[in-house]
Design a protein around this ligand. Sequence first.
Ligand SMILES: *Cc1c(COP(=O)(O)O)cnc(C)c1O
Length: 398
Amino acid sequence: MKPFIYLDNAATTKTAKEVVDAMLPYFTEQFGNPSSIYSIGAAAKEAVSGARQTIARSLGAKDNEIYFTAGGSEADNWALKATAEAYAAKGRHIITSAIEHHAVLHTCQYLEKNGYEVTYVGVDENGILKVDELEAAIREDTILISVMFANNEIGTIQPIERIGEIAKEHGILFHTDAVQAYGQLPIDVDRYHIDMLSASGHKLNGPKGIGFIYIRKGVKIRSLIHGGGQERARRAGTENVPGIVGLGVAAARAVERMEEKAAKETKLRDYLIGRIEEEVPYCRLNGDRQRRLPNNVNFSFRFVEGESLLIMLDMEGICASSGSACTSGSLDPSHVLLAIGLPHEIAHGSLRLTLGEDTTREELDTVVEAVKKIVERLRAMSPLYEDFVRNGKARSQI
Ligand SMILES: *Cc1c(COP(=O)(O)O)cnc(C)c1O
């Protein structure tokens, strides 16, 4: 394969070698079913318990508060649908944010079609939740607040502790989609008053198709899958043992390296932001400068189409992502970029670069040069840019 620079770690990460190595025996010699009583079954069961314990400890939770799922989307669906069902007698109102991942937003839309009411609280121009609006939205029949820990597009870290306090004061359950935050930021479910939390293996150098949900003891929650007694009968089905083992190792590894990795990535992130701001005219950094995931960079470039930028970066061997949803067949730009107030045409010219544990400064230098060249080339083809230059508009920021 041609060498490439991978800057799309918010989409997925490379599975770490230690993770793969730890998983392999559970496909071969240790293939037993954790529910069986003979020894290879018992070995598998022990491996699952070990992973559960590692994850529980990483959050300050108890082992029996962790349920394995097939990823972040499933955990989000479970949190919302099961709470809606279990607490329907108390009320049918849910509060979430306008910038959630589709796993939360589309589940909310599903619930709205089924007799629930959802309030989508807005964010400020940096993507921070308007906590006053959240408080004002609380009603007698509010059963759940679901706000993501950190945003997958613009990296904004939400005031989770404050939101947790508000939920607790009002006796409302609090769920957080921590898929981007888990493994990158320290999380303690008690400190933040979190009742439910979703996470996913493949965002932290673990395998795809495995994740977990933390559900605080005492939360009434319905079974997601009916069948056998696995996951305390809440999610039946033979466990994905290799996946769970891989997730456990990925979690342990992420916790161990968190501080060092965050420091390294923050430095590289700010270096990349600084160079783009200085060297590419008419750009805008999206998301908060400080309250931001260590690995997230998101820019809008005026007079540039995000899709074209991505294709041209790909030709240079650079993997990135855009805030435009054109790929999914829709012409709507990202709901997150619209929620922070970007006009459609600017939201369309967005680029997300998310760093990973192997990212180097040299790679970022190559990327900056490529972005400069490509943005210039795309602008040269843009009639809007031509007009803009002809009219001699001031070199304004967006
Ligand atoms: C990736 C992601 C998800 C979905 O996780 P999967 O494991 O891919 O289902 C949910 N929420 C956020 C914030 C994500 O970044």
